[in-house]
Design a binder for this molecule. Structure first.
Ligand code: GLA
Length: 345
């Protein structure tokens, strides 16, 4: 694209969340893992304006200092948060390529932010540990991309490891890498429905949680210790809070669970996301129900923010082989297309 070799190349994977959705901005618990699909950022010093080429979109954008342009606003946000730390930026040339599907609930934006920060740090010889990279990526997203998200995605993309679940306490950032339940693997399937209205509805849910916590006189819903106290809340704040409180409990229960127990928690999580948190859509519900009834599936749920996108299922090891969508012990294949179409797709 630019007629030069990259000076540095960095990458970061997407993630799939197994349990603990809409808990992170309530300072709760999450349990994601990385997927073997990633975003690659090649970088070199340029001249004039910053130039960012997306091979995925086949689009080139140019922007000056402080500007946030189209898809490059994620890159621009990363530049800005590093500048705020006193790092001076010469004009950059970046080439981005990614096989993390966009709008699927698999954190394509966090993968782009973490990969960009890794590339920029390497290019300028700056130290950036994985926790700092996650924190800066999170600031790039919340301050410059307009989503009031929690820290899960950036932590997962920065610190996650293949075939390990990242248990993260988003209040303390205490974390542990854990194996999947014995004899299982993961299947990730797109519902065929792109996420819609995700940003506004997401920010609205977050506001509802904060309103609920304020009415209860606590800083965050993480601090609810007795679920009966939620009965005081008006609807729908009561239902939103009930999801968060029960979802946190499910993540903790999953830590020692076998495959059957873990799957049951995933099924309960989907019901809670659908009925109490109201972030599912009919196509996702239909796909999850089909998965839950399928042989060799321990449990299934929507994953990520909701409003469309992917479902994740915990299945008997070996079951997903051949679908092209399994995370196996040795690797991952994930077809770019919808593999199991829902009745609505
Ligand atoms: C999005 C956000 C995360 C998290 C999930 C829902 O992926 O970026 O911070 O809130 O939704 O669990």
């Amino acid at each position: 694209m630019f007629g030069i070799e990259p000076a540095v190349t960095a990458s970061a994977p997407g993630r799939v969340n197994l349990l603990g959705d809409h808990t992170d901005y309530n300072r709760g618990f999450v349990l994601p893992t990385v997927i073997p699909r990633k975003t690659v950022v090649e970088a070199a010093l340029g001249g004039g304006m910053h130039e960012v080429y997306s091979a995925t979109l086949d689009r080139l954008v140019r922007f000056g200092p402080g500007e946030l342009v189209e898809f490059a606003r994620y890159v621009g946000g990363c530049v800005r948060v590093l500048e705020q730390r006193g790092i001076e930026f010469p004009p950059l040339k970046l080439r981005i390529d990614s096989d993390v599907p966009v709008g699927a609930g698999l954190s394509s934006s966090a993968a782009l932010e973490v990969a960009t920060l890794r590339a920029l740090a390497a290019l300028l010889g700056a130290e950036l540990d994985p926790e700092q990279a996650a924190a800066l990526a999170h600031r790039a997203e919340t301050e410059f991309a307009g989503v009031s998200c929690g820290i899960m995605d950036q932590m997962a993309c920065s610190l996650g490891q293949a075939e390990r679940m990242l248990f993260l306490d988003t209040m303390t950032l205490e974390r542990r890498l854990l194996p999947l339940p014995a004899g299982t693997e993961l299947l990730v399937i797109h519902s065929g429905v792109p996420r819609s209205l995700a940003t506004s509805a997401y920010n609205q849910r977050r506001a509802e949680c904060e309103a609920g916590a304020a009415l209860l006189g606590i800083e965050s819903l993480r601090l609810v210790h007795d679920a009966r106290s939620l009965e005081r809340l008006p609807s729908p704040l009561r239902e939103r809070a009930r999801h968060v409180v029960t979802e946190n409990a499910r993540v903790l229960a999953a830590l020692g669970a076998d495959a059957v127990g873990f799957g049951a928690l995933m099924n309960q999580s989907h019901t809670s996301l659908r009925d109490d948190y109201a972030v599912s859509v009919p196509a996702v519900d239909a796909l999850v129900a089909a998965l839950q009834q399928a042989p060799d599936v321990f449990g299934a749920r929507l994953t990520g923010a909701g409003f469309g996108g992917c479902c994740v299922a915990l299945v008997v090891e070996g079951t997903a082989v051949g679908t092209g969508n399994q995370i196996t012990k040795t690797g991952f294949e994930f077809l770019p297309t919808v593999v199991v179409p829902s009745p609505y797709s």
